[in-house]
Design a protein. Structure first.
Length: 189
């Protein structure tokens, strides 16, 4: 796993061979963070990484200056890998939650500036995740929510849908709570 940019940029970490996550590709991660970087200044923001997997998204948020990042992952191998990288970076701004992301969404009262979800594409309840996040108590008036998904999903009908970005086989649907009017823009990169 490679951290793309920021204070930890270009640092690499050896992912365990028995990990069951499907990490976001470097190219897709770099592109979506470039898009986000054009919209927000990461310094001081709070971010949530649901279905963290290897933690690559969490560490990218930290590297770019987020003040607090919460990583939610239930698989022991992935959770332990994230903990190991956190220890190597000596970064106190990462809070790890070992547990089910669906239960976390139901009970979390903390509000975040950015929420990123990268669930397994074959997760049985995958299609419900955007509505669960959008109806949760985790949103600020200007929260940006991104979900990574396959081309099998189209979330453009949901409230606050802003745009979809596609990088290779990776799709990101982006929701902006501050947008007065949904934009059904689709960018292909």
């Amino acid at each position: 796993m490679r951290i793309i940019s920021g204070k930890y940029g270009r640092r690499r970490f050896q992912v365990p061979t028995n990990i069951t996550a499907r990490p976001t590709t470097d190219m897709a991660r770099e592109n979506i963070f470039n898009v986000l970087g054009n919209w927000v200044d990461f310094d001081g923001l709070t971010a949530l990484d649901l279905f963290s997997g290897t933690g690559a998204i969490s560490f990218e948020f930290l590297s770019r200056g987020c003040a607090q990042v919460t990583s939610v992952e239930k698989a022991a191998t992935q959770y332990n890998f994230i903990r190991k990288v956190k220890e190597q970076l000596h970064d106190p701004n990462l809070t790890q939650v070992k547990g089910d992301a669906f239960k976390f969404m139901e009970t979390c009262g903390t509000k975040f500036d950015i929420i990123f979800a990268d669930p397994p594409y074959d997760l049985p309840n995958f299609g419900t995740i955007p509505e669960l996040v959008l109806n949760s108590q985790m949103l600020k008036p200007d929260t940006i929510f991104i979900i990574e998904h396959s081309k099998a999903y189209d979330f453009s009908h949901l409230p606050h849908f802003f745009q979809q970005r596609t990088y290779g086989k990776v799709n990101f649907s982006i929701f902006r709570l501050d947008s007065q009017k949904s934009s059904e823009t689709t960018d292909r990169g």
